[in-house]
Design a protein around this ligand. Structure first.
Ligand code: SAM
Ligand code: SF4
Length: 467
């Protein structure tokens, strides 16, 4: 969950507080919404209590995520009533995937909500705000028009040395457990020129690392720009193209689907130096029967082969994944296959979830739903395996010199926090003037969630062992 930056300037006429739930794509969307509102005089408020406009940018992926929104709306409604008694109007907007999936339910359950804006409609925020001011009625805007959205977004302001950049939206895969194809629509790729222009503008503002985002980011495909070779580019070609931008030192992408890992992208992971050695490649389950019921379009064996091919070209790559335990029909034997797959891959990090029955998805009406207690036990067993692997991967870095990009100050005086090429948090004592720069760090220890290191003048080569 992220918050908009507090307003540090003189008191402004209007302020907005954006609370972000869920994935990095929502973080990106929130940033863009804040950018759209700035020309209208909206500055970032420190909290919902201080804001004239509160936007909840929501996530619908699991039941818990969606239910959180309704309890937050209850709290906001009280703030709105209190501020009304003081003679001030507070507007509440619900954006993101809950807005898309449950628009009518939101307005019925929380009538104080002024605007419900789907993920493809937030570029219309300024006109929707004008309409609420004029009509004093609630507004529901949940049409799909991805290209129009990107065309109408204003140039963005960078916030630090790293940035997200959405290059692809939507999903045509229809995994039977997942709501995304219904909330984000079909797969759409942004054109190369638009992506390049956004990346260049970020680089000019001092951004050194860009993470390309998409629900299925490696399904991205688009014709090359004029004068470049090829008929259709995939993500590998796009990364090579963006790597040529002056100032961009690191590229990452997330989230990928095993079905869309093509040769071009695997080759780029092997030899494009600016592409970081980290790949988030969800597998969800290790049993072929469950993978088939999930409509994943790959088997466990194909996933294992794929990882072997990627490791052949980039042996140090950190592999990350997503797992779901307790899917409909998951027997003990099927769950053991998931544990075996996790053991075989040996993940650097991974996310694991209990299956959540999402209304409207094919999985919700499947027979043989797994009892909650069983899901809890399986999740605990899987997480124990994945956590041991994560700790082992972190410990492997001790003694290496890694290039670290310093992103923020730490909790302790004189401490900076940065990221290793493998996306680990690295804590270092360093001058504040190094914020935003890349420097070699000798890794000396690990804490439960980070690496600890010291600045070193020796070598800058990634993964190079200390003398
Ligand atoms: N597109 C990516 C893929 O398929 O590999 C994943 C994107 S999804 C937004 C993020 C993760 O949420 C999924 O990989 C899955 O593990 C989890 N997820 C999605 N639907 C779920 C559900 N109904 N219950 C539990 N976890 C779920
Ligand atoms: Fe959801 Fe599957 Fe699409 Fe990923 S690929 S977003 S899990 S439907």
């Amino acid at each position: 969950m992220t918050k908009a930056r507090p307003n540090q300037g003189p008191k402004q006429e209007k302020s907005v507080f954006i609370r972000t739930y869920g994935c990095q794509m929502n973080v990106y969307d929130s940033e863009r919404m804040a950018g759209l509102l700035k020309p209208l005089g909206y500055q970032a408020a420190a909290s919902a209590e201080d804001a004239d406009l509160v936007i909840l940018n929501t996530c619908h992926i699991r039941e818990k995520a969606a239910e959180k929104i309704y309890s937050e709306l209850g709290r906001l409604n009280k703030i709105k009533a209190r501020r009304a008694r003081e003679g001030r109007d507070v507007k509440i907007a619900v954006a993101g995937c809950v807005a898309q999936a449950e628009g009518a339910e939101i307005t019925a359950r929380a009538p104080q909500v002024d605007m419900v804006i789907g993920p493809q409609a937030y570029h219309r925020l300024p006109e929707l705000l004008a309409r609420t001011a004029r009509d004093h009625g609630e507004i529901l805007e949940t049409d799909f028009a991805v290209e129009e959205k990107f065309d109408r977004l204003a140039a963005r302001e960078a916030d630090g040395p790293t940035a997200f950049l959405t290059i692809q939206e939507g999903c045509d895969k229809f995994c039977t457990f997942c709501v995304v194809p219904y909330t984000r629509g079909v797969e759409v790729s942004r054109p190369v020129d638009a992506i390049t222009a956004e990346a260049r503008s970020l680089a000019v503002q001092g951004v050194k690392e860009i993470t390309l985002l998409g629900q299925n980011v490696n399904a991205w495909a688009s014709p090359p720009p004029a004068g470049e070779a090829g008929e259709i580019w995939g993500l590998g070609e796009l990364c090579r193209h963006l790597a040529k931008i002056d100032g961009i030192e690191r590229l990452r992408f997330t989230t990928s689907h095993p079905r869309d890992m093509d040769e071009g992208l695997i080759a780029a992971l092997g030899d494009e130096e600016k592409l970081m050695p980290y790949l988030h490649l969800p597998v969800q389950a290790g049993s072929d029967k469950i993978l088939k019921a999930m409509n994943r379009g790959h088997t466990a064996g194909r996933y294992i082969d794929l990882i072997a091919r990627i490791r052949a070209v980039r042996p140090d790559i950190a592999i990350s994944g997503d797992f779901i335990v307790g899917s409909p029909g998951e027997t003990n034997e099927a769950f053991e296959a998931t544990l075996a797959l996790a053991e075989e891959i040996n993940y650097a990090s991974a996310y694991s979830f209990k299956y959540s029955r999402r209304p409207g998805t094919p999985g919700a009406v499947m027979l043989k739903q797994v009892p909650e207690a069983e899901k809890d036990q399986r999740l605990a067993r899987l997480q124990a395996v994945l956590e041991a692997q994560r700790q082992a991967f972190n410990k492997m870095q001790i003694g290496k010199i890694l290039p670290v990009l310093f992103e923020k100050t730490g909790r302790h005086a004189g401490q900076l926090i940065g990221r290793s090429p493998y996306l680990q948090s690295v804590h270092v004592t360093a001058p504040k003037s190094m914020l935003g720069s890349l420097a070699p760090v000798r890794i000396e220890g690990v804490t439960p969630n980070a690496l600890a290191g010291v600045l070193t003048p020796e070598g800058t080569k990634e993964g190079e062992a200390a003398a």
